[in-house]
Design a protein. Sequence first.
Length: 1119
Amino acid sequence: MKSKHYPDTVSSPDFLSLEKEIIKFWQENKVFERSVEERSKDNCFVFYDGPPFANGLPHYGHLLTGFIKDAFARYQTMLQKRVERRFGWDCHGLPAEMGAEKELGISGRTEIEKFGIDKFNDHCRTSVMKFSSEWEKYVNRQARWVDFHNDYKTMDKSFMESVMWAFKQLYDKGLVYESVRVVPYSWACETPLSNFETRLDNAYREKVSKAVTVAFELLENPQQFKSVKRKCKLLAWTTTPWTLPSNLALAIGKDIKYCAVSVHPLMSFQRVTLESISGSQCLGTGMTGSSEGSSMNGEIYIFAESYLEKFISHSEQNNIPYENCNIKLKANDLAGLSYKPLFDYFKDTKNAFRVFIADYVTEEDGTGVVHTAPGFGEEDFYLCQSHDIPVICPIDNSGKFTAEISDLAGVHVFDTNDTVIKKLKEQGNWFKTEQYIHNYPHCWRTDTPLIYRTMPSWYVAVTKFKSRMVELNKRVNWIPNHIRDGQFGKWLEGAHDWSISRNRFWGTPIPVWKSDDARYPRVDVYGSIEELERDFNVKIDDLHRPFIDTLTRPNPDDPIGKSVMRRVPDVFDCWFESGSMPFAQIHYPFENKEWFESADFITEYIAQTRGWFYTLFVLSTALFDREPFKNCICHGVVLDVKGQKLSKRLNNYADPMEVFDRYGSDALRFLMLSGSIVCGGNLLLDKEGNSIRDVLKNVIKPIWNSYHFFTMYANADGIKAEVCKDYQSTIDRYMISKCFEAVEGIQASMNNYNSQEACKILMNFFEVLNNWYIRRSRERFWKSDLDQDKTDAYNVLYTVFYYILRAAAPLLPLITENIWQGLKYEETSVHLANFPQLEKFDSQLIAKMDLVREICNSALSIRNTFNIRIRQPLGSMIIYHQSSCSFLEGEPLSVIPEFSPVIRVADTGIQKEKSAGMTPSMNEYQEMIKDEVNVKKLELVNRLEDIASLELKLSFPLLGKRIPDKIKKLVQYVKEGKWKQVENEQVFLGNESENYIIEKGEYELLLKANSGYSAVFDNNKGVVILNTELNDELILEGLARDVVRLIQETRKQADFHISDRIRVIIKTEDEKIKEAINTWIEYIKEQTLTLSLDINTEIGTNFYFKEYQNLIVGIRLNY
């Protein structure tokens, strides 16, 4: 019995079991640990793993990010780089606190303080790691290698100390300050948010607001109306009526033109027109009646001219009489005027209730007059600040009015709009209410609409160094590359100072202590635990609240010794912690001071350009004056087939673990790594996982098939293959060259962080291996003699696996590992092997054979189109190609005389033995084409017009920009065929009297074959035509091939081994089939390993038989 050197494999294995076995092998043999430790510490590839929250299970976005991280980490490891992959956990901030509130059944600051900050934070500490073990299961099952044993947590004392150090450094550099400003505020979470948090995914969403147009009564009329006794009112528009009780000023635009309209009852109807503004007469309406709640008799309304049409429309729809005053006003005519407060709440406010010119006022939505409440708008705040108007913000932390708004105290601001509008109507200040649909920022944690309000906060002075960030960003390789100067670059250019403090409980404390007596001011900022222990004389085991709040000491600057240094109550924005991750994870600078480096690579989804990527950039620039990372992939988002986000509410996705158990993780990995999602696009994933199943079928199964083919035949022959790069036969040399080309392409793609292209190259390679090399070499494996030709075929497969498995390992780590171990190469794991060194390959041979394959594919597509089965031989085919096809004409068939006394066209076609002496007259490539396409004769033509013509296709987008008025004429000339090619790859279009030159790039020349049985190459460079006429000889040969296929199918169904010799009986009444069998009997027997073949004899009981449409095939083993 022949020796078996490789495992017995099956054609359809249980891939799930194979994957789990490999994962178990990695764990038991510590393969990941070895892949790190066996690489030198002097040759590191620095990788940052952004920390997720562990208070929920991983979703497809996490898996996608993990697959990308793992693929490039494995790749760099195989380049002999040391790639440490510490896993991290984001523990602090709103996600943790909101989860804890929900679990504890409490809500809001008051209830938390009543429950106890210490108990609340203890619960946060426990709950944030609730799903950590589940995360580890998911990550391991997706075949991602990370170091969980040495993980970092943002709640670790060492991490928090490094965050404090960073703040102290920024403070010492003058890049941190405290200020009262307007910030986005989540009343549901009772905390401010960063400006970039309002730009995260889905932060802005559609909201319907009640917009109101309000009339502000001027206390003094503009100069144009000094002699008029009527009241003049400015119309202002706002989408936040609840802010009107806090109004302190009005803003107008410097270059806006204003008009005035008088509102009073008349007896006749006349329409005011836009032209009347500048005309010589005054037109008006005479509609009798008044609008509900409007006390407007004799009043003059002033607003921007651009609002006049809307004013007219509303007035006529609501029977409001009006008259154009035919007077234009400029901003200077209104600036400085005082007006009557809408409400009395803040009527005595110093310098308030005046009209000011402001740059930000436009005519885009409103009336050209902007209501200004400095407590609730950033622009409002700065305008009032510049005019010494105090800031008033009469709401509490939960978004409810305080006692200053006495009749609305305790009511949430969003619930007061109707009440405010009602008051305006009663006072005669209301003009119009409308529903306004707009995009409005929402809290990213609670989905509640934000408000903007003034709050004290600590800021990083980003505007001081944002130009440096822009410079450093130029050094980063962004994927996709438009991110650098586009989404991220623009964001950096417009960066604002960053609010980094949060008035919450569970987070790294702001390390600032202040004197509690304003007479003796002092501020202490701490950057280490050692400094805290020195000043407060206490051992610090935990930096969290409430312990850190208990640290007090006498104010050293207080001569009477009564004031105390107390910590400010805020904690850090958790984004500040995330941005500190590169150095805080290793406790820099307290430890690892020489180790800390910028990352060679990071990845997250594209919205992190305004999140983690941004905070990394801010802190790295401010602290170290360098870019935080060198290469960054911004991937897209996984959506359902309708383009909707995956959500539990919609129930539109399957649990990832279910997908792993159904299709395996390699399939999902390859789907993601091969798609446009890795460079910013989106991936549509159906709940049933059909797209993942397709990867299993079209990618992983073909890889397995090639391996199974090798082991099955190698074990049958008892051969132990070797790695060998030198061969004499054309197809062997081609396959080796094609492998080396693929390895080079995969390496170039991975170097460019382009997994999409690497996956494409891998798929194309196995298409060539399975559907060209193996299929065309089957006869070499089938033959009984173990000669050099057959040995070479085995060695070719063994060699290409040796190279391609290593190149493919980062993309398909599980299936490549299984095959690698089965083929028994030197390294125990493919992931401990080095990426293959680039080898020289024959690019000319590749070009020739690829063209041969292209010709064959085109010809086979004709057969497919016209339902001509491949087993049916055809008489001839014609080939035209724009490039040189001389190699199809003059080169002899390559042969190895010492190994074979005959020459075979070694593939699935009929074997015709040739005398070795006939080889000079043959062409190997021609024979391949004829055999592959199954034609008897091949004809090459050099003149295009013999078999095809050229069609001109114009690029209308380009020509439409250059000569838009000539498009119709160009189309006419194309239809009439009035064009020709001229020099410099230009096209002359037209006639002698009128013509145009079409430049290269503005057109395409498309081949169109003259015959119906034809196909144009995919690259439009060639044409193939098949002669489909059949004679008796061709028909008989086709039937013989059909008989071969039926016998082979019967062998397979009978579960015979590939090497089993058989006896065959065929029963049929079809005379043509009988004739075909008798004519081609030796061919049929050779192809099917049949020793005897009989027609219409009795099929014995010891035969396995199968009935087909017009015959019965019976087979049994030869014994």
